[in-house]
Design a protein around this ligand. Structure first.
Ligand code: HEC
Ligand code: HEC
Ligand code: HEC
Ligand code: HEC
Ligand code: HEC
Length: 249
C-alpha cells in the first residue's frame, strides 16, 4: 500500500475508534467511588487506578458484580455482597473462580495445589490469589519478595514451617528471571535484523520459546515445581539456540 494512504487510513481508523472506545469504557462505579470521599477503601481505589486492570478496562464490576451503567447507588449495588459473605465473588475462597475467569492458565494449575484444597475445605490457613497479587493491583512479586511471602506461613516459627519451600521458590524464579532477560536480549537483536523474511523467522523462533515460558509461569501455581522446571528448561534451550543463530548470522 502507498505509505501516505496507509497513514491516512490509520489516522481515520483511530479518529473513528476513539469515541466508540470511550463509550465501551463507561463504568460508573469508579467515577462515583472517586468522587465520593465517604466511599470505602480509598487505598483499594488507588491500587486499582495504577493497575493493569484499570488500563485494560477491567472495571470494579468485573470482580464485584453490580450494574456499572447505573448512577443510583441502590441500583448500582444490587447483587453486591461484602467480601466477608461466603457467596461474594471477592470472598477469598471464591477468588480463584473470579480471577480465573480471565486468568485460565494460573487457575487451572492452582486447582491442582494443596493451597486450593485448603481454600475449598474452608480452611483459612492457605493463600488465595490476592495473597500474592493484591486485591486488585495485579502485582507480580520479585523472586525475593515471593520467598518472603512463602515464609509468612512456611518460615521458621510460623504456622506450617518448611524453610526449604521458600529457598526452592527463590531458585526457580531466579531461573525465570534469567530466561526473561535472554528473551529481551533476543528481541532487541531481532529488531536490528534488516532482512524482513529473516526477521519473521526469528520472531517465530522467539514465539516458540515464549510458549513454554508462559506454561512455566502457569505451572508455578501448583507450588510444586517439577513442571515449571521442565517448561523453563525447554524455553531456555530454545532462546539460547536462537541467540546462537543471531550471534552467528
Ligand atoms: C453513585 C455512587 C456510587 C456508585 C454508582 C457505586 N457506588 Fe459503590 N458505594 C458507594 C458508597 C457511598 C458506598 C458506601 C456506602 C454504602 O455501602 O452504600 C459504596 C459501597 C460499595 C461497596 C462496599 C459494600 C459492602 O458491603 O461493604 C462495594 C463493594 C461497592 N460499593 C462497589 C461498587 C461497584 C462494583 C459499583 C458499580 C457496579 C458501585 N459500587 C457503584 C457509592 C457508589
Ligand atoms: C481484580 C478484582 C477487583 C477489582 C477490579 C476491584 N476490586 Fe474491590 N475488592 C476486591 C477484593 C478481592 C476485595 C476483598 C478484600 C478483602 O478480602 O479484604 C475487595 C474489596 C472491596 C471493598 C471493601 C468491601 C468488601 O467487600 O470487602 C470495596 C468498597 C471495593 N472493593 C470497591 C471496589 C471498587 C469501587 C472498585 C473499582 C474502582 C473495585 N473494588 C475493583 C477485588 C477487586
Ligand atoms: C475481567 C477479566 C479479569 C479479571 C476478573 C481479573 N483480571 Fe487480572 N488481568 C486482566 C487483564 C486484561 C490484565 C492485563 C493484561 C494481562 O497482563 O494479561 C490483567 C492483569 C493481571 C496481572 C498482571 C499480569 C502481568 O503479566 O503483568 C495479574 C497478576 C492479575 N491480573 C491477577 C488477577 C487477580 C489476582 C484477579 C482476581 C483478584 C484478577 N486478575 C482478575 C483481566 C482480569
Ligand atoms: C503463593 C503465591 C501465588 C498465588 C497464591 C497465586 N499466584 Fe499468580 N503468580 C505467582 C508468581 C510467582 C507468578 C510469576 C511472577 C512472574 O511472572 O514474575 C504469578 C503469575 C501470575 C500471572 C501472570 C501470568 C503471566 O503469564 O504473566 C497471573 C495472571 C496470575 N499469577 C494469576 C493468579 C491467579 C488467578 C491466582 C489464583 C487462582 C494466583 N495467581 C495465585 C504467585 C502466586
Ligand atoms: C497464607 C499461608 C501460606 C502461604 C503464603 C503459602 N503457603 Fe504453602 N501451604 C500452606 C498451608 C497451611 C499448607 C498445608 C500444610 C502443609 O502441607 O504444610 C501448605 C502446603 C504447601 C505445600 C504442600 C503441597 C503438597 O502437595 O503437599 C507446598 C509445596 C507449599 N505449601 C509451597 C508453598 C510455596 C512455595 C509458597 C510460596 C510461593 C507457599 N506455599 C505459600 C500455607 C501457605
Amino acid at each position: 500500500m502507498n505509505r501516505r494512504i496507509g497513514v491516512i487510513l490509520f489516522w481515520a481508523a483511530t479518529a473513528v475508534a476513539a469515541p466508540a472506545f470511550a463509550q465501551l469504557n463507561q463504568s460508573r462505579c469508579a467515577d462515583c467511588h472517586y468522587a465520593n470521599p465517604s466511599s470505602p477503601r480509598q487505598d483499594h481505589l488507588q491500587e486499582w487506578d495504577r493497575s493493569p486492570h484499570s488500563r485494560n478496562n477491567v472495571g470494579c464490576e468485573k470482580c464485584h458484580g453490580g450494574d456499572p451503567a447505573q448512577f443510583e447507588p441502590f441500583l448500582a449495588h444490587r447483587g453486591i455482597l461484602n467480601s466477608s459473605n461466603k457467596a461474594s465473588p471477592v470472598n477469598r475462597r471464591n477468588l480463584p473462580t473470579t480471577c480465573g475467569a480471565c486468568h485460565v492458565g494460573p487457575f487451572v494449575a492452582f486447582q491442582d495445589s494443596r493451597h486450593y484444597q485448603l481454600l475449598q475445605s474452608g480452611d483459612e490457613k492457605g493463600p488465595s490469589c490476592s495473597t500474592c497479587h493484591g486485591d486488585t493491583d495485579g502485582r507480580l512479586l520479585s523472586p525475593k519478595a515471593l520467598a518472603s511471602e512463602c515464609n509468612q506461613c512456611h518460615g521458621p516459627g510460623e504456622q506450617v514451617p518448611r524453610a526449604e519451600r521458600a529457598r526452592l521458590v527463590r531458585d526457580q524464579y531466579d531461573g525465570l528471571t534469567v530466561v526473561r532477560a535472554q528473551m529481551k536480549l533476543a528481541q532487541s537483536l531481532i529488531r536490528r535484523v534488516s532482512d524482513k523474511g529473516r526477521r519473521a523467522e526469528y520472531d517465530e523462533a522467539l514465539n516458540q520459546a515464549q510458549v513454554p515460558l508462559t506454561r512455566a509461569v502457569n505451572a508455578g501455581h501448583k507450588f510444586v515445581y517439577d513442571e515449571l522446571r521442565e517448561y523453563l528448561g525447554v524455553a531456555q534451550q530454545r532462546v539460547e539456540a536462537l541467540l546462537n543463530r543471531l550471534a552467528n548470522r
